[in-house]
Design a binder for this molecule. Structure first.
Ligand SMILES: C[S@@+](CC[C@H](N)C(=O)[O-])C[C@H]1O[C@@H](n2cnc3c(N)ncnc32)[C@H](O)[C@@H]1O
Length: 190
């Protein structure tokens, strides 16, 4: 399964910009939900590791593992995370379980589900990779509103590219309304 915006340096720069915009709100999100001590944290679709490093600084886990199926991103993530002894990266297709690491107390993903073919099926599988009492935390897009023409154009192109790959840009509502039983009782909070 290919990530549409994959590539080398340009794609890595794009992830850097993405993090500049979302790092702060992601911080509020994870701190709000992950209140208990986190021993193992897993970052799915970690890209170049912005989210993995932020999770490590924010949740102080003993171990944080970033998984991604892009060799380029994993190599970059390793270079950028040299000063974080708790972080490990593994090249792995996250639609496949078991993950190549211990089970997590927190399994997190930002802007990953929008790229997967069977996101609900994946979420159900991922529950098996949690420790008892563990949490799945996801950040995805429900809507984007902008009056700036260049962004409108960008969003239209991104939406069409995702659609051609049978993916949804605005996957938030779809995930909210999906049925996760019998694997999970859903507790949704916005
Ligand atoms: C939009 S990027 C988000 C990166 C990171 N979570 C962030 O917010 O900075 C999506 C990431 O998911 C990864 N990805 C997509 N499909 C994947 C799969 N099946 N297994 C592992 N990683 C995947 C891509 O390589 C990419 O790094």
């Amino acid at each position: 399964m290919n990530y549409l915006f994959a590539g080398g340096k340009k794609a890595a720069e794009r992830l850097c910009k993405l993090n500049d915009v979302f790092s702060k709100s992601s911080g509020f999100f994870v701190r709000n939900f992950a209140k208990r001590k986190v021993n193992v944290c897993i970052d799915l679709g970690c890209g170049t590791g912005h989210t993995t490093r932020d999770l490590t600084s924010r949740l102080c886990p003993a171990e944080c593992v970033g998984l991604d199926n892009s060799n380029y991103f994993i190599e970059e993530a390793r270079k950028l995370s040299k000063n974080y002894r708790q972080i490990k990266y593994r090249l792995h297709d996250v639609t496949k379980i078991p993950f190549p690491c211990k089970n997590g107390d927190v399994i997190y993903a930002r802007f990953l589900l929008t790229h997967l073919k069977n996101p609900v099926g994946c979420i159900k599988k991922w529950g098996n990779q949690l420790n008892p009492g563990g949490m799945l935390l996801f950040e995805e897009t429900e809507a984007i509103k902008t009056n700036i023409p260049v962004f409108q154009k960008y969003i239209t192109i991104a939406e069409q590219m995702l659609k051609a790959n049978e993916n949804l840009l605005y996957i938030g509502k779809f995930l909210d309304n999906a049925n996760y039983e019998p694997e999970f009782k859903k507790k949704l909070t916005k």
